[in-house]
Design a protein around this ligand. Structure first.
Ligand code: HEC
Ligand code: HEC
Length: 341
């Protein structure tokens, strides 16, 4: 392809010449029309009328085009020619100064980035906790959140059914700066496959649902809960033996009476029967690293953030919990099977 050929629809030079040709012909046509109308003279009588009379007294004059009008017309044509010489407009001809709309956009973005660079530079050395205290950082974080996150997590970040509340202490994927940063950057997909078949009969499903209700102290049938306890081993692969969840899999804590997807016996039964896949989109390519840090701090500072130091102490415990208790479940194979939608 010829260098400078920009319009992606043009597979050959034909359309470039076609479009450019029409433009040039149109300008030439305008000038020709002007010239012709200056040449042809209708028959005139001595009083400078064409001799045509309508409605008894309405006469048609035959005056030349006013000088100012012709002047303006020629100026317009000159402007058009100059414009087309300087800027792109004739097919794929790039114009004398090489201006492009994408070039202008890029340079404006660059200018904008250069303006905010000092602001972000100040943030660079700050920890998440310090950013969360910084009014300027949080004002930026709020705008980023409103424009990109609030449609799902709501403007107060309290979420709604299917979209987690980001202001409480319940985290499916973890509330440390590192985990939140990872969640925002790479996105998360929480998969709970339909799992009723592994639990057993419909009665077994109802029993285990009552056991789950008992974990958070919700009202339940304790006879059924007692029967369902042993079936919870199927759930323990992801939700842990104690039901407190697993942040490596995004399996929520079932003991805290905080529900992302629904609550009550009927909901839990349908969750076991139908499963659920929740997707948090990835933002790593949309934002700069600095913006990702500011967003992380904004979310972290919303009230539920877990201190980074505590995480270091917790980490081994989380890893240990992630492995189901020996003898209860053959870990890897079952997890593999259960996390496949
Ligand atoms: C393969 C791992 C896995 C297994 C096994 C599993 N779950 Fe889940 N469960 C998840 C994940 C992941 C979520 C979160 C889904 C989402 O929102 O994206 C979830 C969500 C839930 C919820 C909704 C919680 C809320 O806050 O709304 C309930 C209730 C639940 N599971 C109950 C169970 C029960 C009962 C069992 C056993 C019969 C079970 N799960 C087995 C992974 C699992
Ligand atoms: C299209 C809807 C959508 C948008 C937009 C969205 N999220 Fe999410 N987000 C979700 C869903 C759904 C989940 C739960 C994923 C799952 O099932 O585990 C989630 C989970 C999260 C979590 C993890 C919560 C936990 O309990 O661990 C964080 C943090 C988060 N989102 C932050 C953000 C931020 C910050 C933005 C804006 C940059 C954003 N989200 C934009 C849908 C969205």
């Amino acid at each position: 392809m010829r260098q400078g050929l920009k319009m992606s629809d043009f597979t050959s030079n034909f359309w470039s010449f076609y479009v450019g040709g029409i433009t040039v012909a149109a300008i030439a046509g305008c000038l020709l029309l002007l010239w012709i109308s200056g040449q042809t003279k209708a028959m005139t009588t001595s009083d400078n009328t064409t001799g045509h009379v309508w409605d008894g007294n309405l006469r048609e004059m035959n005056n030349p085009l006013p000088f100012w009008w012709v002047g303006l017309f020629l100026l317009t044509v000159a402007f058009g020619i100059a414009y087309l010489a300087i800027f792109p407009g004739l097919g794929t001809y790039p114009g004398a100064v090489g201006w492009t709309s994408t070039g202008q956009f890029d340079s404006e973005v660059e200018k904008g980035n250069a303006e905010v660079a000092p602001i972000y530079a100040r943030f660079a050395s700050m920890t998440t906790a310090q950013l969360a205290q910084d009014t300027e950082a949080m004002a930026i974080g709020e705008r980023l959140f409103m424009n990109n996150c609030s449609q799902c997590h709501s403007s107060d970040a309290r979420g709604g059914l299917g979209f987690p509340n980001l202001t409480d202490a319940a985290w499916s994927w973890g509330g440390t700066p590192e985990r939140i940063h990872e969640t925002i950057t790479n996105g998360r997909t929480g998969v709970m496959a339909p799992i009723a078949a592994s639990v057993g009969s419909a009665d077994d499903v109802k029993n285990v649902a009552n056991y789950v209700l008992s974990l958070s102290g919700a009202s339940h049938d304790s006879a059924r809960a007692a029967l369902g306890k042993e079936k919870f081993v199927v759930c323990a692969a992801c939700h842990n033996a104690d039901g407190k969840g697993n942040q490596l899999l995004g399996a929520p804590d079932l003991t805290d009476d905080i529900w992302n997807l629904g609550s009550g016996e009927a909901f839990i039964i349908s969750q076991i029967n139908n499963g659920y896949t929740g997707v948090m989109p990835a933002w790593g390519t949309k934002f700069t690293p600095e913006q990702l840090n500011v967003l992380t701090a904004y979310v972290w500072g919303k009230g539920g953030g877990v201190a980074a130091e505590a995480a270091a102490e917790q980490a081994p415990a989380v890893a240990a919990e992630a492995a189901p208790v020996a003898g209860e479940e053959p870990a890897a194979a079952v997890l593999e099977e259960l996390t496949t939608p």
